[in-house]
Design a binder for this molecule. Structure first.
Ligand code: FE2
Length: 197
């Protein structure tokens, strides 16, 4: 029986510098559509060691660390201590892809039943949960873009996720299931290009 070389192929990791060089070579419609950038992330797992200059840790909150930004996209590394969780949020109509070079993360998706931003009221319900790992980058579904990201305490390990956002955005809508509320918040960086802000 012939061996299945495809499934046995070991993926070669790339440095974050090479990863950025490759991102620069993608075309605009790789970012406006979901598949091109997702395939790029799948084919180019990032070497965790090369990320060290961009990683900053905070015991109270996950950190957002800018690695690269163009008119088309921004690339962030987000550092998650065990038990940390994002708000439930959307991405302002922009695409988002996530990979986890260190540890792994859970993404809980939500469906928006109703949303009235002016009145700060919403009704959202949880749908599926997906996991981001080094081998399994994830794209946010543009039709159902509301989600949270968390690093469950019971996994007991730090995680670092890489996020490609296209186009860059500096605010988003956050949601509360319990209170049925929503509102816009501004987004800040913890560090830019390896330097604390
Ligand atoms: Fe997100």
């Amino acid at each position: 029986m012939p061996s299945d070389t495809t499934s046995q192929k070991i993926m070669q990791s790339v440095s974050i510098d090479d990863f950025v060089t490759g991102l620069h070579q993608l075309r605009e419609n790789d970012f406006t559509e979901v598949q091109g950038t997702l395939e790029y992330l799948r084919a180019n797992p990032v070497d965790p060691e090369s990320l060290q200059p961009y990683l900053f840790w905070n015991a109270q909150h996950y950190t957002r660390n800018l690695i690269d930004k163009t008119e088309l996209y921004e690339l962030l590394a987000i550092c998650w201590e065990p038990g940390m969780k994002s708000s439930i949020h959307n991405h302002k109509g922009q695409n988002c892809w996530m990979a986890a070079p260190i540890g792994r993360l859970a993404v809980q998706n939500f469906r928006v039943i109703s949303e009235d931003l002016g009145a700060h009221r919403c009704n959202i319900v949880p749908t599926d949960e997906v996991f981001i790992t080094a081998e399994n980058p994830v794209a946010v579904d543009p039709l159902n873009p509301v989600h949270d990201v968390h690093n469950p305490r019971e996994w007991n390990q730090r995680a670092v996720s890489l996020h490609v956002y296209s186009r860059p955005f500096d605010s988003c809508i956050v949601y509360s299931v319990e209170q049925g509320s929503c509102g816009e918040i501004g987004l800040q960086y913890t560090s830019k290009y390896g330097k604390l802000c």
